[in-house]
Structures are given as C-alpha cells and as structure tokens.
Write a protein that binds this ligand. Structure first.
Ligand code: AMP
Length: 113
C-alpha cells in the first residue's frame, strides 16, 4: 500500500493538527489518543512515512527501528505504567480495522485490561 501523506498522523507530524505530546525523539513521536479506550491511551509513531509494521521493518533504518522500539518502552515509563502493567497493540490492515494508515503502536494502561 502506498503511503498517503495526508493521513491524520502525517498532518500531526507536519504541525498542521495539534496533539497532546507525551514524548519525542529524533525518529519518533508519542501523543495521547483523541478517543481513549483506557485511562492511559498513548500512540507512538515513527516520524518516517511507514504505513504499517511490515512496511516499517522492511524499509526503515536500524536507527529508526531502535529509536521507535526504545520510545515505546520510554513512554510506558513516562506514563507510570511500568509498575502495574500495560498493553501494546498495533493494528495492521483491513482485517485489523487499522483506521490511520501510518504505523502506530497503542499503549493502554491505568486499569485492569
Ligand atoms: P487504529 O484503529 O489502530 O488505526 O487506531 C487509530 C487511532 O487513532 C484511534 O484510536 C483514534 O482514536 C486515534 N486518532 C485519530 N485521530 C487522532 C488525532 N487527531 N489525535 C490523536 N489520536 C487520533
């Protein structure tokens, strides 16, 4: 699937739409989900134009992949989810009902999931 540069997360990355930022690194951005499904619901995205995890792992540099993976762990620490636990999830494609065609990992926490 070709990357759509007008998807909502691309627009957030360009500063065209606001977000409630949690964490930012050289290659990744984390922000609160606009429609939270748990007391803590944060999305972590790579800054590069990757549709999903397959696209990302095939095309991203080792530095981007390391940065993104570390950012997910760091966000769990920042939101205070380390002690009681959390869930990470990445929807990919139609059968998973992926809504936004820019790779994102959901982090859910703050209650028994
Ligand atoms: P998915 O179904 O995995 O593609 O999830 C997309 C997520 O993006 C949903 O949980 C939405 O609530 C969230 N979302 C959509 N637009 C925004 C936005 N402008 N800011 C933050 N989260 C958003």
């Amino acid at each position: 699937m070709a990357y759509d540069p007008n998807n909502v997360f691309a627009r957030i990355l360009r500063g065209e739409l606001p977000c409630k930022k949690v964490h930012e690194t050289q290659h990744s951005l984390a922000f609160h989900d606009i429609n939270p499904q748990a007391p803590v619901h944060v999305l972590v995205i790579p800054k590069g134009p990757y549709v999903n995890m397959a696209d990302f792992t095939a095309k991203a540099s080792d530095a981007e992949i390391a940065d993104f993976t570390r950012a997910i762990g760091e966000v769990a620490r920042i939101v205070g989810a380390e002690e009681k636990g959390y869930r990470i999830l990445a929807n990919s494609g139609a059968d998973a009902n992926q809504e936004v065609p820019h790779l994102h990992v959901h982090i859910f926490a703050g209650r028994n999931l």
